[in-house]
Design a protein around this ligand. Sequence first.
Ligand code: PAJ
Length: 286
Amino acid sequence: MIITDTINQTRETIAQPRREGKTIGIVPTMGALHEGHFSLIRRCRAECDFVVVSIFVNPTQFAPDEDLDKYPGNFEADCRACRDLGVDLIFAPPTAEMYQRENLTWINVEKITDHLCGTSRPDHFRGVCTIVAKLFNIIQPDIAWFGQKDAQQLAVIRRMVADLNMPVDVRSCPTVRETDGLALSSRNDYLNPEQHRQGLCLNQALCRGRELVADGTTDTNIIIEAMRLIIEKQPDAGIDYISIVDNDLLQPIAAIDRPALVALAVRIGPARLIDNIIVEPPAKTV
Ligand code: PAJ
């Protein structure tokens, strides 16, 4: 496994497998790797000849009051895990390599970023799209993997790739959870055991939402209120949003009459947790 930290070295390293006609896959990450990341890397390993993992805590997707300075990381452990998973190249540049001058060029995906996390993190997806586009330009992967855990990020990146005709096949993997249901996240490191317990309310609320839809409830207000009650039972939980949107442009919908994304963001102590599921409209009986 090769580890690079400059753009030039990375391009030179990838030139060889590309010449040999190998398919290049990338899993972009911010490090502090866990089973969620590993699931993407395993898929990439299974479906590509040359596997690249990028590890870069991207400052432009953090607002000034967010957790950039204390974002968890353990580079040695990440490298060991990647080696065990058969990764060919880790690209782990310092910030000054990725942003060599004041950044004046940004990618903004409109509309899909209007709701959900876009409301409380207005510049977040601009930072995500810009860094992912830079990574795509540096690595020029054939295939890139992202997690359904960050459903809005996935939708935004798919749209960026489509609108800008980027020659990358974007694929996704389902959300990996702890056995107790908490979606894995690098930010779970911020939780003490009691906060972790309270964090289970996100998955519980989503399960309740799924159950209501399965029982024939389609009114999204009713579903959202039922979910809200579950979250509000936890003393340290602060709701950022609970939303039900269509699974294409992520616009709020009044009824589950098409595939819908049920998504929520909840602050528990020091962590802001997000989670989501996709629900299908109840089958019509004839
Ligand atoms: P990061 O939070 O490190 O996540 C990297 C990838 O792992 C993302 O595609 C994310 O959706 C996926 N992932 C995280 N937790 C997961 C889980 N529990 N199950 C499945 N997949 C999971 O997302 C980012 O980094 C950054 O925004 C990035 C795309 C790298 C741009 O900076």
